[in-house]
Ligand binder design. Structure first.
Ligand code: FSX
Ligand code: SF4
Ligand code: F3S
Length: 359
């Protein structure tokens, strides 16, 4: 993302990092498949990317850890996904732009004015709002994040909330929410596409922007998350699912089951309640993902995950039964085994609860 405003040819950017046109077309096919469009859509993806430099993009940071930007940019060997972002017409992004102070403020004001009604707004982080908005003040004029975000939303053509903080409030909004942090959708009447995850994968960020550039909209779930990425539960595509069905669980971290790659449910995995595609697409150039690394999913792409998915290393006491028996998709596979496992898990969860209450 080094070339804010500086126009460069897409292939020039890719070539500089060792990618050929062939690599780009292969990437376009992969992206078309990932978005559920089919490989015949690959040329449309390539075209959309090649024309993407015509769409101005403003990326705002609110209250967050910058992990979402990191997810996209952090790579000693940049992927085509992150290089595509070099090529977009990024008018403003605090982490990577050269400007600071007054100049940065001016850049943002000018971009909003110049591209009013035409830019795509990406917002990272939750927004401390109302009488608590002073918890986030930005720039040389001391505007609150809420003021800046409201203005940017008013003039945007489309708004994407990047990350769980921006989508649902995230960790900033966890109880007791001392800064009254709210998702971006709470400070605008416009529709917001939520791309949650703490952080979301680079694939989910780039894929959602591309869907928008291609179609101007996309199918969303009840939480306004793009269906192509958040339609399925982690549990349904998890590489440890066979062990769940067979009743083979890690009982404590580092035990024999852990060495054998058993299911992490009993040590707190929230994959059964979490909708995201990490199991399929992973992170860091498809290297790994939380469950692959040996810890359960903590439900980071779900609303209120910090409060509702705790304790992260114990099963949820209240959700086990309801979720398993309402689960039409996974129950098609080995319903007897799953039911028994569900009962065992519920019993385990109850015992853990009793133990905890006694403590
Ligand atoms: Fe939130 Fe993004 Fe978590 Fe961090 O900035 S989604 S705290 S990974 O990075 O907003
Ligand atoms: Fe995978 Fe977690 Fe489901 Fe086990 S409970 S199969 S580790 S998602
Ligand atoms: Fe988050 Fe769970 Fe994926 S913790 S990164 S949704 S595996």
């Amino acid at each position: 993302m080094q070339n804010l405003n500086a126009k460069k040819d897409l292939m020039q950017i890719l070539n500089e990092h060792g990618f050929s046109r062939r690599d780009f077309l292969k990437w376009s096919s992969g992206m078309a498949t990932m978005l559920g469009l089919g490989v015949t859509f690959a040329p449309n993806i390539a075209n959309a990317v090649e024309n993407a430099s015509n769409t101005p993009v403003i990326w705002l940071h609110m209250a967050e850890c910058t992990g979402c930007s990191e997810s996209l940019l952090r790579s000693d060997a940049p992927t085509i996904d992150s290089l595509i972002f070099d090529y977009l017409n990024i008018e403003y992004h605090e982490t990577v732009m050269a400007a600071s102070g007054h100049q940065a403020d001016e850049n943002l004001e000018n971009a909003i004015k110049k591209h009013a009604g035409k830019y795509v707004l990406l917002v990272e982080g939750a927004v401390p709002a109302g009488s608590s908005s002073f918890y986030l003040t930005l720039g040389s004029k001391g505007h609150t994040g809420e003021e800046i975000a409201k203005k940017a939303c008013e003039n945007a053509e489309a708004i994407l909330a990047i990350g769980t903080c921006s989508s649902f409030g995230g960790i900033q909004a966890a109880a007791p929410n001392p800064t009254n942090a709210v998702p971006i959708s709470k400070i605008t009447n416009k529709s917001v596409i939520n791309v949650p995850g703490c952080p979301p994968s680079e694939k989910n960020i780039v894929g959602s922007v591309l869907q928008l550039l291609l179609f101007g909209s996309m199918a969303l779930d009840n939480f306004n998350r793009p269906k192509w990425a958040y339609e399925h539960r982690i549990h349904d595509y998890c590489e440890r699912r066979g062990h769940f069905d067979a009743g083979e669980f890690v009982e404590s971290f580092g035990d024999e089951g852990a060495k054998k790659g058993y299911c992490l449910y009993k040590v707190g995995c929230k994959g059964p309640y979490t909708f995201n595609n990490c199991a399929k697409h992973r992170f860091n150039q498809h290297t790994n993902w939380p469950i692959g690394a040996g810890h359960g999913c903590i439900g980071c792409s779900e609303p209120d995950f910090w409060d509702s998915m705790q304790a992260f290393e114990e099963p949820l006491k209240n959700k086990s039964f309801r979720t398993f028996f309402n689960d039409a998709t996974s129950d098609k596979i080995g319903i007897g085994v799953l039911t028994l496992t569900g009962v065992a898990i519920a019993a385990h969860a109850t015992i853990s609860t009793i133990k905890k209450d006694k403590e």
